[in-house]
Ligand binder design. Structure first.
Ligand code: P6P
Length: 329
């Protein structure tokens, strides 16, 4: 629930909003505020790259694969460069975890924050002009400032996040994030080059009638997952799945619904990444009154053993995720 001390009116510029949050909390040092600004600025640059991709031959594949063996698009690489450079120059992070980097990028031992990011998720949709997104999580380091980053710093459970958000490059570009005091959405106005508060204290409806899953994998789902999908069909729910996690999640956040990427034959531990996809959206979902599990366990309680590990993912309206858990657990 949003803290009443810091509610801001629709139309507030992002910078003003961030400043108001910092002022409301005496011990905020401004580092996290600056980190959020660096992410927002990078999002503006990536937004411009995406909007011009078809014109400057950026919509294609590079012929290389990422850490998970998935084809890398030109824009995947460019988005990773944009965010990594901005975050390195910004001076607020000691390490960067990126889906596009096998190893952790160690930046500055004198900084306090760790960022985990999927610079551009859903990039297989770029050349067909479907919405895609950037997903990011921010953690405070556990080890002493001034010392090298440790494994414990980068393998923290999602419940340790200090901030999480996504940028949705869709019919309009939006930045949605939480710092643990509710979820707020900012719409980017390219004519002014600024984000403005457009969705205050976002809450996901407790119930919903939308289920998002790739039913092409139905035969490899467990019986529990099959039973839940049958239950959605029997209740007349609508199937909505566009193959872009951020877009599917954002629609369900606004309208109510559940997104599911369970264990499949091709991805026995799920396809989505725990550290920079599942945990990020789980923080947002919970702050908005929803839930996120691996089918049974709270996603944000899972202690990662690898920065790129995958997890089965059930996220969305509280009642729908709980129903799925009843039928799976
Ligand atoms: P599938 C995109 O690659 C992604 O990570 C998510 O954005 C999306 O929901 C999912 O994978 C699509 O995967 O196997 O259904 O094509």
């Amino acid at each position: 629930m949003e803290d009443s001390r810091i509610a801001m009116p629709i139309g507030t510029a992002l910078d003003r909003f961030i400043k108001s949050r910092q002022e409301a909390f005496a011990f905020a040092t401004g580092e996290l505020s600056q980190l959020l600004r660096d992410i927002a600025l990078s999002g503006k640059v990536v937004n411009r790259d995406i909007n011009r991709a078809g014109l400057i031959n950026l919509a294609g594949v590079t012929g290389t694969q990422n850490t998970g063996g998935e084809d890398q698009k030109e824009l995947d690489i460019l988005a990773n460069i944009r965010f990594s450079r901005a975050l390195t120059k910004g001076g607020e992070v000691c390490a960067i975890i990126s889906e596009e980097e096998e190893e952790i990028i160690e930046v500055n031992n004198n900084s306090s924050y760790i960022i985990a990011i999927d610079p551009l998720d859903g990039s297989s949709n770029i050349d067909v002009n479907v919405s895609i997104g950037t997903i990011f999580s921010i953690y405070r380091r556990i080890s002493e400032v001034g010392t090298p980053v440790t494994e414990a710093d980068v393998l923290q459970p999602g419940k340790n996040q200090v901030a999480a958000g996504y940028i949705l490059y869709g019919s309009s570009t939006m930045l949605v994030f939480t710092t643990g005091m509710g979820v707020n959405g900012f719409t980017y106005d390219p004519t002014l080059g600024e984000y403005f508060l457009s969705h205050t204290n976002m809450q996901i409806p407790d119930g919903g009638k939308i289920y998002s899953v790739n039913e092409g994998s139905y035969h490899s789902f467990t019986d529990g997952v099959k039973n839940y999908i049958e239950d959605c069909r029997d209740n007349g729910f609508s199937g909505r799945y566009i193959g872009s996690l951020v877009a599917d999640f954002h629609r369900n956040l606004l309208k109510g619904g559940i997104y599911i990427y369970p264990s499949t034959a091709a991805n026995p531990t799920g396809k989505l990444r725990l550290v920079y996809e599942c945990n990020t959206l789980a923080f947002i979902a919970e702050q908005a009154g929803g839930l996120a599990t691996d089918g049974v366990n709270r996603i944000m309680d899972i202690i990662p053993t690898d920065i790129h590990q995958r997890a089965p993912f059930f996220i969305g309206s509280k009642e729908m995720v709980e129903r799925a858990k009843e039928m799976i657990g």
